[in-house]
Design a binder for this molecule. Structure first.
Ligand code: 16G
Length: 180
């Protein structure tokens, strides 16, 4: 198995600076019994990673070859993709995931913008503070990897959740989209 990015950057996260309150206390180093937080790995195709993503949106038919090709292209963009997963170490299933995408810029002193993407916790694992844990990790990671701002898109009922991590609606900014 190949790791998408060097896991040591997760070790360096100072979780005492997190936004969420955890009862019982969990952290990235100890996310709960039989759970491990780590970077996405090339072997996660066989651990239900894509099936997990179907709980967020449409995934379609993605073959192992396509998964590996996409994984390799992300890995070939160093510092660009931080996909975190939580694995149930007993069942060896990926049960939650969240992504920090880093978009490299010329503006802001050749800075970078971060985006939180594809946050999903499997149905059976909700209510265990895992979404909160993933969000805290990504919001602590973003400035560490050079992001001058971090943004996300979400549905109305989730705005309050994301607000607790320091996100707010920006005045005079709209989210526009077109679909193909
Ligand atoms: C949500 C997700 C986004 C994801 C999209 C998929 C978060 C914070 N936001 O907006 O990352 O890509 O849903 O929906 O996780 P779509 O299939 O309609 O694009």
């Amino acid at each position: 198995d190949i790791s998408l990015f060097d896991a040591s950057i997760l070790e360096e996260i100072d979780f005492s600076k997190c936004h969420g309150e955890y009862k019982p206390a969990i952290s990235h180093k100890n996310p709960g019994s039989n759970l491990r937080l780590r970077p996405l790995s090339s072997g996660d195709f066989n651990r239900g990673f894509l099936k997990l993503l179907t709980q967020l949106t449409q995934v379609g038919e993605v073959s192992k070859k396509q998964f590996i090709e996409r994984f390799n292209s992300m890995k070939a963009s160093p510092g660009g993709y931080y996909i975190l997963v939580l694995e149930n170490t007993e069942t060896e299933e990926v049960i939650a995931s969240a992504t920090l995408v880093v978009e490299f810029k010329f503006i802001h002193n050749a800075g970078a913008r971060g985006r939180v993407e594809d946050v999903v916790v499997s149905k059976d694992y909700r209510g265990k503070q895992l979404g909160k844990l993933l969000l805290d990790c990504l919001t602590l990671l973003a400035p560490k990897v050079g992001c001058y701002k971090l943004s996300l898109e979400c549905k109305d009922p989730l705005v309050d959740f994301y607000t607790t991590f320091g996100f707010s609606k920006e005045a005079q900014q709209n989210y526009l989209v077109q679909r193909f």
